[in-house]
Design a protein around this ligand. Structure first.
Ligand SMILES: O=C(CO)COP(=O)(O)O
Length: 214
């Protein structure tokens, strides 16, 4: 299972969480990675953890003030990027452009979507993976894999119907090892989570509990 920890703009210490992700990654067969804010990418990548960006824009080098250029994100140490997170929604054409920009910079891509129909559309753009995250469950601690298993299964089927090479993650409310196991049983190849680790008093303990049953 792939466990991708999104730090959003939570007021956590990104380097401390990155070190926890790096260290727990050494103890498990699961693949763990962390997605800090753009301003923290370089410091996080220096810890040796697998580092992801939270967003890249559908742009190339040039006059694009305030945008995230895929090449710069890669130079800062990211190996992948989220695209179209529920908190950073893009138009379809811009999702497509961001996937292409990421590919140009050799970044792995996870395109997020709200529901199975959007997952099908996202899969058609040829990312490495898609992630279904019902917005109403994000940050609630109510795990999508247990509260709304149909949405995960339907997303897995929607992606498979479009492109069987695109793997499916799920996210929203994931915080325990049981939630991750449930996601795997529904066909997800990984989970995307945030508050369960970024807001934990002890991120190492939270991560250990997440991967324990895997
Ligand atoms: O948005 C999410 C991950 O990108 C999910 O957030 P939570 O894990 O806090 O529900």
């Amino acid at each position: 299972m792939f466990v991708l920890v999104n730090l959003k703009t939570y007021p956590c210490d990104p380097v401390a969480v990155a070190e926890a992700v790096r260290d727990v990654n050494e103890t498990t067969d699961a693949r763990l990675a962390v997605a800090p804010q753009a301003a923290h990418l370089e410091r996080v990548a220096e810890t040796g953890v697998e580092t992801w960006a939270q967003h890249v824009d559908p742009i190339d080098y040039g006059s694009n003030t305030g945008h995230a250029l895929a090449e710069s994100v890669a130079e800062a140490g990211a190996v992948g990027t989220l695209i179209n997170h529920s908190e950073q929604r893009l138009k379809l054409a811009d999702i497509d452009g961001s996937v292409q920009a990421a590919r140009r910079a050799d970044l792995e891509t996870v395109v997020c979507a709200n529901n199975p129909a959007q997952i099908g559309a996202a899969a058609a753009l040829g990312p490495d993976a898609v992630a279904v995250e019902p917005p109403e469950l994000i940050g609630t601690g109510t795990p999508v894999s247990q509260a709304d298993p149909d949405v995960v299964e339907d997303a897995v089927n929607a992606a498979a119907g479009v492109d069987s090479e695109v793997s499916v993650l799920c996210g929203a409310g994931i915080s325990t090892g049981d939630d991750v196991v449930a996601a795997g049983e529904l066909g997800a190849e990984g989970v995307l989570l945030a508050s369960g680790v970024a807001k934990a008093d002890d991120p190492t303990a939270a991560l250990e509990a997440l991967v324990d049953p895997l």
